[in-house]
Ligand binder design. Sequence first.
Ligand code: SF4
Length: 428
Amino acid sequence: MPNLKPAANPAASRIPVAEFTPEMKETHTILIPMMLPIHFELIEKVLQNEGYKTELLRTEGSRIAEEGLKSVHNDTCYPALLVIGQMMDALHSGRYDPHKIAFLITQTGGGCRASNYIYLLRKALVKSGYGYIPVVGINLSALRGGTGFRVTVPMLYDIAHCVVAGDMLMCLHNQCLPYELRQGDTQRVTDKWIGEMKKVLDGKHYQCAGKLKALYPAIVRDYGMIKRSKEKKIRVGIVGEIYVKYSPLGNNNLEKFLISEGAEPVVPGLMAFLLYCVYNGIEDQQLYGGSVKNSLGSEILYRYLVGKQKQVIRAIQKEGSFAAPSPFSETLKLADGYISRGVKMGEGWLLTAEMVELIHEGVENIVCTQPFGCLPNHIVGKGMIRAIKEKNPDANIVAVDYDPGASEVNQQNRIKLMLDTAAAKMRG
Ligand code: SF4
């Protein structure tokens, strides 16, 4: 039985914390809720290389939200409700021995409720009699988890490269899947390169960056060989709160739906969000003063990651048949004139900048995904649509709400209406 001790956060001090001890590395499987299918497979490999037993939770269906509603207060934001619901569903599925599992939760460490998911989950576990199950967190601003789970610098290094490489695969995958002439070709290429990347991750830390980069030209070539139709499809950008933007569970398989409607989904990469978090450290120092040392650390990390993102962009541009993502150094300038870079709750200014970026890239049709209970992203997402349309009259943006009571049919009808407008414009 693990040690139970009070939580470090005074606000959650009454919730006992079950620690993930070093022995549990041998005995416990860490269950991870899925967000981004390609990226998370790579990140899972990094954890496995460190000796952790892991499993990605890929469950779906309305029962997940129902479990969430039973476990947390019903005004909790929708991503927390789903993530916690997915974990509780796994627990109640009978597939796992509750004494042999732990949960992993990723946190942005930002100022909104994202930083409290871990306490909500612990509270839900205690309430259901599973307070002994350890919960470990990967948090961008503070690393915690217990004596047996340590997020080390080499791990973060590999994870950052998984994000860059995952963005590349996602970008190329989305540009091939809607056009493939033989069903399954795109997924086959994606699976092949996930496998190759995992082999690279098996090597020594600090070697993976160079080895992954060496794969890039062959990856782009391989996607370029997929036989695709030349049909002109409506390109639709997907932006919004990070979980509902990326997670098929969170957005009711939005990408799949768009493809079934004859459109091409364009999804900005996860590295932009990581860079946004790092960049905020630099911006804070400029706006409010504070530790120059921390700001310098953010600056060095920022430059390093921007360099890695540019390697992917250059590889895609060199091949010539795919649209490459914009470098983050350009993305951040696009917020100017719309919103201050001091706005950094939730996805903050990045969400506005991503909408403007898509429009500048010719992707004028956008779905802005908005989870229930997410005030920050309603402000920087839905709240900015009017300002964006005033400067970009051709923008065709629809804000779609995701919550446990929302009807999927209503969501799809709103998106279909946006697609109708886009199709009419395409026909001229
Ligand atoms: S960004 Fe929105 S959905 Fe995410 S934790 Fe904050 S309030 Fe909740």
